[in-house]
Design a protein around this ligand. Sequence first.
Ligand SMILES: NC(=O)c1ccc[n+]([C@@H]2O[C@H](COP(=O)([O-])OP(=O)(O)OC[C@H]3O[C@@H](n4cnc5c(N)ncnc54)[C@H](OP(=O)(O)O)[C@@H]3O)[C@@H](O)[C@H]2O)c1
Length: 334
Amino acid sequence: MKQVLVLGGSGFLGGHVCEKLVRAGYQVSVATRKAVHARAVMHLPGLTVLECNIHDEAALGRAMVGMDAVINLVAILHGSPAAFTHVHQDLPEKIAKACLAQHVQHLVHLSALGVQSHRPEAAPSHYLRSKGLGEALLADTLGLGARPSAHPSCGLTLLRPSVIFGVNDKFLNVFARLQAVFPVMPLACAQARFQPVWVEDVASAVLKSLAQGLAQAPSLRVYELAGPHVYTLRQLVQFAARCSGINHGRGRPVLGLPLWVGRLQVMALKLMPGEPLMSADNLASMQTDNVVQGEYPGLATLGIQASALEAIGPQYLGSQAATKGLLGLRHRHR
Ligand SMILES: NC(=O)c1ccc[n+]([C@@H]2O[C@H](COP(=O)([O-])OP(=O)(O)OC[C@H]3O[C@@H](n4cnc5c(N)ncnc54)[C@H](OP(=O)(O)O)[C@@H]3O)[C@@H](O)[C@H]2O)c1
């Protein structure tokens, strides 16, 4: 039985990935900062939860002993520039070094659509820059980058999803709940374009690329993961409201804001307790389209037919989004 360590397995995507891994017969361990964070997955048959500080190289190395593969789902959406560097660059480099030291065969790493492969530092936000630089550090450390090693020992799959939707997503649910509370929906970057992808399709891509990586000689593979259709942010906000039955299915009037007003809005949101709903860095990320570039293969190459938002969204947005208000949203994840 193949042993897999999942970093960030307690999160939104992590739950789906862990469930599929267990069903597929892998022996799964989830490393988490606090065991209670992994409560959604800890009862999956045979799954082990390891409470450890993965930023500590010795602890990370111990967590990887005996592992055939590692899946890295750790990321942050908000934080200081130093925090983005710490989580999206320093950590992947430590993970790659530990994979080499522990003879791990394959690493699957979740990145994001919008990173710039050839000039990662040119991306518009701290999030995208650090994600792109993290990809490069992983490839270089594993000897799969610009100066390839003659005999790499650990393969690497980089998966770049667009925004991910599904039960408990932090995207469409946020817009539904905001509209449940406010009579109008002020929206910066209303014309930003996304190609949302279903969480189950992304989890399937993780499993397929893992199996492929374990079966083949170590190499670097990159996939862009996106749904079948492109939408503007305005369309997605309206879709979330329609599915949630807000204002009798009509949703709220969406008031497009210029970027500078959007920045004032995020400053106000920052004053609310808990994790911000939107940050200036999120607005910066939306300055570039979150749609496939076509430079790399996608879900179809992995044998996955992408599900449409229209088929899945109404199933979960209708049942939960409008009912809990803003506080439900902000306290839901922990
Ligand atoms: N969700 C999306 O729409 C989307 C879109 C594009 C790309 N992605 C990528 O897909 C991956 C999974 O996303 P997700 O939405 O499932 O994320 P998530 O729900 O926020 O989960 C991320 C996990 O990372 C761990 N984590 C967070 N901060 C950490 C820190 N400072 N140190 C160590 N661990 C930390 C947490 O685990 P513990 O609390 O258990 O330690 C958490 O469960 C990420 O790489 C993300 O960038 C997601």
